[in-house]
Design a protein. Structure first.
Length: 170
């Protein structure tokens, strides 16, 4: 509870610029790291000199973004539900919410993997892959599909941990 009181005091007493520095800049930095990761993909693939490989990464990006978005949705939704339960001192609901979010992200990640692998060909067509880019797009999508549960976890678990109260684990 001390942490919650400190957060409330910070929001009430800190200046706007200080709040931006403490709360917004970390989020912006995380987004910049994601952009840097995408640029690194393009840079290293671009060194191959094959524009079809670059096109394949671009074509597969929407599925990666959808998967990340689902993870953020699960994580932030779980975080909000846990915050409400924490305010009510309902520690049993916190346990249930965190378990639901973890198991759901695992299930969604596996379902996503299986769906993408089974329907790779039509998905490539929907994404706009041409005969020249199709094989590269399939390779990149296969990697994204295999990593789907891990991608989900990287978006869900940090959001839940932010809101975790040690008393909920007892």
């Amino acid at each position: 509870m001390k942490e919650n009181r400190n957060n409330v005091l910070m929001l009430q007493s800190e200046s706007y610029s200080e709040l931006v520095r403490k709360l917004c800049l970390p989020a912006v930095l995380i987004m910049l790291v994601t952009v840097a990761y995408n640029l690194a993909d393009i840079f290293f693939i671009g060194r191959s000199g094959d524009p079809n490989m670059i096109a394949a990464v671009t074509l597969a990006s929407p599925l990666f973004t959808i998967l990340s978005g689902l993870g953020v949705l699960m994580g932030n939704g779980g975080c909000t539900a846990m915050s409400l339960s924490l305010g009510q001192r309902d520690y049993e609901t916190i346990k249930k919410t965190s378990a639901f979010c973890i198991w759901s992200c695992l299930f969604i990640g596996i379902l996503f993997s299986v769906t993408v692998i089974l329907f790779m060909d039509p998905i490539c067509g929907l994404l706009g892959a041409t005969p020249e880019t199709k094989q590269f797009t399939m390779e990149y999508l296969r990697i994204v599909a295999i990593g789907a549960p891990f991608i989900m976890f990287t978006n869900v678990v940090p959001a839940l941990i932010r809101r975790m109260d040690p008393r909920a684990l007892r």
